[in-house]
Each structure stands twice: as C-alpha cells, then as structure tokens.
Ligand binder design. Sequence first.
Ligand code: BGC
Length: 498
Amino acid sequence: MPASRRGSGSFTLLTGQTIAIHTRTQDEEDLPHATKKTMADHLRKYESLFTLTPQRMRMIVEAFTETLELGLNKPNQIVPMIPTFVFGWPTGQEKGDFLALDLGGTNLRVCLVTLQGDGKFEISQTKYRLTEEQKQEDGQKLFDFCAECLNTFVETNTGEGEGQLKPGQSLPLGFTFSYPCSQERIDHGELIRWTKGFGAGNTEGRDVAEMFKQSLEKFQLPIKLTALINDTTGTLIASHYVNPKTKIAVIFGTGCNAAYMEHVKDIAKMEHLGIDPGADMAINCEWGAFDSFEHEHLPRTKYDIIVDDTSNKPGEQAFEKLISGRYLGEILRLVLCELIDEGVLFLGQNTYKLEKPYCFDTAFLSLMESDPTDELLMIIGIFTHFFALETTLAERQFFRALAKLIGRRAARLSSCGIAAIVSKMGYLEEGCSVGADGSLYNKYPGFADRVHEGLQDIFGDKGRNIVTYHAEDGSGVGSAIIAAMTKHRKDAGLYVNV
Ligand code: BGC
C-alpha cells in the first residue's frame, strides 16, 4: 500500500534555506525501489561498520592518552600539544573594551567586547561570509580582507553612544585564528598546516600574527594585536570566566579540537625556557591530528578512507575527519553513492545531483535525525528539493538510521578524546565541567547525550562526573579576556617574551 503523503508545508534549514514539502498523489511503487528487507539487510552491514564497542573505545583512549603525553614531552609531534602562553585562569575581574577578530572555518567575525568584571560582559559583533576562493588564494590577501572587515567594523561602530568606540580610541585586539600554530609567545604563531579545507598559499610555515600586522598597517588602524589565540583556548578561558568548574574546552564544529590547563612542570619540551614550574599554561591539543598518517588506532571505514584520499590534505587530521561537521555529510553521501552503484537505491532516477562531492550538508543529518513526522516528511523534502529524488518510507527510515550511526560514532569518538584528557589529568574522581561549542555540539540533536553515554561506556558510572555544557563564546569573549589577561601581565612586568 502506498504511504499517504498528507501534510505539505515548508521547513527552514539551519542554513536559513527553506524547503517546501509537496503532497504527492503518485503511487511510490511507480519507480523500482529497494524493499524494506533489502534496506534492513544493508543497515545491519553499516551498523557493524560504524558501531564502536566500549572495549574499542577504551583502547582508543589508552592510545590517545599516550599521544597527549608524547606531544607534551617532545616538540613537533603529530598531536602537537601547543603551549599557548596563556598563563592560568582568569580572575573573573578582567575589565575593559577589547576587539576580537575570529577567523574560523566558515565565517569571519569582528566583535567589540566590554568586560564588566564578575564574569559579566557585553558584546556587539558583525559576521562576514568567507568565499571558497578566499580560503584558497594568497594568505596575505586573506589577512588583508580580515583587516578590511575590521576597518569597516571600527568605522561603523565609532560614535559617542553607549557601547561604541570613541573616535581615535586605540584598542587591544585578540585574534582568534583556529588552525594549528606553534607559538613562541602569545602574539606569535607559525601556521603548522591549514585544516578544514583551507589552502591559502604562502602561509604555512609563516608567522600569521606578523602577516596580519602587515595587513593592519595598510589600513592604519589604531589597533594593537595583543594575542593570537585558538578557538579552543578562548573557549576554555571564557567558560572558566563564567563557570570556574570548567577544566577542559572542546570544539565540535567544522573542525574539532580541545584545550585544557596544564602544569608548566609537566610540559617537558618547554623546560629549557625556564618558565616558573609552579605556573599553569593552557595547552591547545590540536587533537584533530590524532592517528594521522599512520592510522593505527581509529576505526576507518572505506568511506572515511575516500574522504581522506580525496581531501586537500590526505593523511592529515585523521580524528577530525571522522568527527567534524565538515565531513559527516560527505561520509553519508559516499554510502548512498555506493548503494546507487550497486543498483540498490534510486533505480531509474537521475542521481547526478547527489554525486557531487560535499553536496550533502551535515545539517541534513541533524534534520533527518530530528524529523518528527511518521512519514519522515523532512527527509522527503531534503531529497526532492536538493537532489530531485523520490524516496520510499523504507528508504527514508534507512537514511535516518544511517545518519544516526554516523552521528553517534562521531559523538563516541569525541568522548574518547575527552576521556584521554580526563585520564591524563586525573579529573575522573573529583569530576569536571567541559565547555563545548561548535555547530555539531549545539545543533545536532542528541550529540551531547551521546558524548555523555560514551563517557559512561569508557569509565562506567564515574563517567557521570564529567559533564559537557554549552560553552561561552570563546572566539569573541574568550579572546577579549585573554587580551585583558595579557595586558595585565605586561603591565605587571610578567610578559614572557622568549
Ligand atoms: C583546527 C583547530 C581548531 C578546530 C576547531 C581544527 O581544524 O586545527 O585549530 O581549534 O578545527 O575550530
């Protein structure tokens, strides 16, 4: 019996696009479709490929913990465990006006942050979309664009009113540059490699803080670059500013990464710098690189291998490629393409739209998982609107189950990373809060619950002591707090300039 298709309407995607759902009268058995049984058989196969057992997770955590130690002991490791020169926690009393520039994976954001003390702040901000071309063209041009946006922001926000920049007011700037950079001091950072699909030329191996300063000079802006920070470090500090129980920060967005506070005495590779061993310093783990090149520990399916081989950086960011928002949609698309090639899905229909790499947005996975209708109308909408494909209920149930497998694997692997830091730092007994941010964490239904479930699979009941929560805006507020902390250290003659 054909499924009834009552209820036409429209849905708005997380991306802002609206998709219309049309009521159809046509019998869905008109086209040759896979039977319910075929789809169930296939699902079983993918279940075994994408499911992580607690035992396997514990093995990953063990290898991960060793990798973190290695990165702290020796320079230039695959997981580089980058010392950030952010010393200790904020007091919560940091105050003043700061600019923050955030070059993330998708957007460029400029913020004016007013820190009011007592963990309070105000923020006004403007977002600029980055084009694919800008991500690939010459790096200096990219920084020129950043400076131009900053210039526009300063011009539009200068005035005599409340929360505005005063004419000629010189401001410290925290620059959140969310790519792996090795730092010798807080206002320096040599780009180790681009991630998240960026490939701007003449930038890897260079000091991006210096490049950005050159761009700033072109606009003669009254701005001083005070700190170059990673989004995870910003998130760590911003989250601690408002919730002092926070010990770890994680980002699950276009990319994925974590930061935490380490004892300087336990960072063996920094010993020669003679920094007070009693001090603490935030470490930007750059854990997205875990298991890169060697691929010894992570369970990669053939779809993950294709994603890796066809990326602009084969071999790199192995952990990130199984988890982050940039890749999950592509993994699902590759499974669908395999089933098309095997003649299981969409027989007699034109599938060219679905065959385009990266056309299947990770937002579709979250929409598919959260479709509230029995008929899975949202999934009908996605497939008809974006790919001009007809689907049966059995197929849609299969797509939803597949999205769940891929989303759940990403969340469980994320718990392995968190568990590795928890084990390394001995936080399990006393427990800790983990500030988390990024589109996957914030928008993917059940992601946080699955991370928590994963932590319990790894640690048993004690896993409940580790709680993630939606973090404060690290790239804006965090960056401003770090700029304030740095200014304070400099004023007190404590600036570490090595
Ligand atoms: C970058 C990190 C960043 C993470 C989240 C990764 O691709 O290497 O520096 O923290 O994405 O934005």
